[in-house]
Ligand binder design. Structure first.
Ligand code: SDX
Length: 428
């Protein structure tokens, strides 16, 4: 709704633009008629000040470090909920009653198997292929197998393809890991929870039974919750843009996986642990902090800084607490945790990071936990993609079911040559 107006004066003419208000967060200036009124575009590379859509899924207050999913604070969900329950919440808007959660979980569980022919896709990859390369390929290939659920105008098709994507990501990710280590694939075990099933498919072998450690299952389920959705981040915006053309959901999620892989986005968890290992010992931290501050050095503190959070990422706080829980449960430790704690402390005391409001983000501690559980760093972003599929699917559904939805097509500020005539070769 617009009961306020913004005034814009262009070339001596004054124009009024509606100001729209959400339920919380910044108001927006509705510029949909700006070009028609002024012949001008807005200019916002990286969309730092641009709202691309209306959404009711996730609210972030970057200044205060607040993250809500359908109004529920991430700290409360991480403490009290489960990944399946958060998935239901994001998809349906309300926390499920007991029977609703049971039905949803049962439905997801019964979609965890892959088409047997899809499994052949793995044979085509090199054994040392990065799991994210495999995830991009195999998830995109799902659209070659599920023609019965790609009519996006049919709510039932949207529902079953959403369930299939959420259900099959753990199987696809676990198989990517198994393929990389030359071990046989394990099929899903429907008697296990979503997260326990994934742990067994990843670390179990056919030669013996695999017991899931309850504390590890709880920690990983909480990590999935922390990664489920995050407003209009780069990969979610990629999914929305791909979906706006009417592409099938499997292709849209494959596009999201490709975008998430980047080290500035979901690839930062792998890069952050590699950085902590490269630093190695606390005495080397000052050198790396100086490098991160040096404009001539491309090195950045991975897992630090955020486009929206100019305060502590609330997910990082939960992640740090979870490190201690997993270390205690497994009776392990890792010197990189001490490096991470001291690096955070030194950076937050440094004017450079304070002035630029750079804090640890969700990726800073996650790798320490995943490594303690036994995942190789190459699997970290695949786990991020596994969890974020819930958010991508929920955001895609919200976009597709919006009657006002149109194909996304940004414009540009053109700085190339103006019109000129072709020069024959002998005249150049
Ligand atoms: C995720 O959008 C989301 O919600 C993403 C995510 C999600 O859940 O989907 O939260 C997941 O992607 C978390 C972010 C993971 N990426 C990293 O940890 C990589 C390291 N961080 C940076 O690359 C950076 O902080 C970004 C990309 C995350 C944010 O960059 P911005 O908002 O574009 O900010 P910027 O690059 O303009 O930086 C502002 C200033 C710059 O200095 P000046 O040009 O103003 O002098 O801060 C500096 C930057 O050089 N800076 C850093 C830094 N991050 C920013 N300096 C050192 N180390 C860093 N990590």
């Amino acid at each position: 709704m617009a009961d306020k107006q913004a005034k814009l004066t262009v070339a001596g003419s004054e124009h009024e633009l509606p100001v729209l208000q959400g339920s919380c967060g910044p108001d927006v200036v509705d510029i949909r008629k700006l070009y028609g009124k002024t012949g001008m575009f807005t200019y916002d590379p990286g969309y730092k000040a641009t709202a691309s859509c209306e959404s009711a899924l996730t609210y972030i207050d970057g200044e205060e470090g607040v993250l809500l999913h359908r109004g529920y604070p991430i700290g409360q969900l991480a403490e009290n909920s489960s990944f399946m329950e958060v998935a239901y919440l994001l998809l349906n808007g309300e926390l499920p009653k007991s029977d609703e959660l049971d039905t949803f979980t049962h439905t997801i569980t019964r979609h965890t198997m892959l088409h047997e022919q899809l499994i052949q896709f793995y044979r085509g990859f090199r054994r040392d292929a990065h799991p994210m390369a495999i995830m991009c390929g195999v998830v995109g290939a799902l659209s070659a197998f599920y023609h019965d659920s790609t009519d996006i105008s049919d709510p039932e098709h949207r529902k079953i393809s959403s369930h299939r994507l959420i259900a099959k990501m753990p199987t696809i990710a676990a198989m990517a890991f198994k393929y990389s280590v030359g071990q046989p694939f394990l099929y899903p075990d429907n008697s296990l929870s979503y997260t326990a099933n994934f742990l067994r498919m990843t670390f179990g072998v056919p030669a013996e039974s695999y017991e899931v450690h309850p504390a590890v299952e709880r920690a990983l389920d909480r990590i999935f919750i922390l990664h489920a959705d995050h407003e209009q981040n780069a990969s979610t915006s990629t999914v929305r843009l791909a979906g706006s053309s009417g592409a099938n959901p499997f292709a849209c999620i494959a596009a999201g996986i490709a975008c998430l892989w980047g080290p500035a986005h979901g690839g930062a968890n792998e890069a952050a642990l590699n950085m902590l290992r490269e630093i190695g010992t606390p005495d080397r931290i000052p050198h790396y902090i100086e490098r991160a501050k040096d404009k001539n050095d491309p090195f950045r503190l991975m897992g630090f800084g955020h486009r929206v959070y100019k305060n502590y990422d609330p997910r990082a706080a939960v992640m740090q607490k979870t490190v201690r829980e997993v270390f205690d449960a497994l009776n392990v430790t890792d010197p990189v945790f001490e490096v991470a704690l001291q690096l955070e402390e030194m950076a937050l005391q440094d004017d450079y990071f304070a002035e630029k409001k750079l804090f640890p983000n969700v990726d800073f501690y996650s790798g320490v936990i995943l490594s303690a559980i036994g995942f190789p760093t190459t699997m970290f972003t695949a786990l991020f993609a596994l969890a974020r599929t819930v958010g991508w699917v929920a955001q895609w559904n919200e976009m597709i079911s919006d009657p006002g939805q149109v194909i996304g097509r940004p414009r540009q500020l053109y700085v190339g040559p103006t019109e000129r005539d072709y020069l024959p070769l002998d005249k150049r």
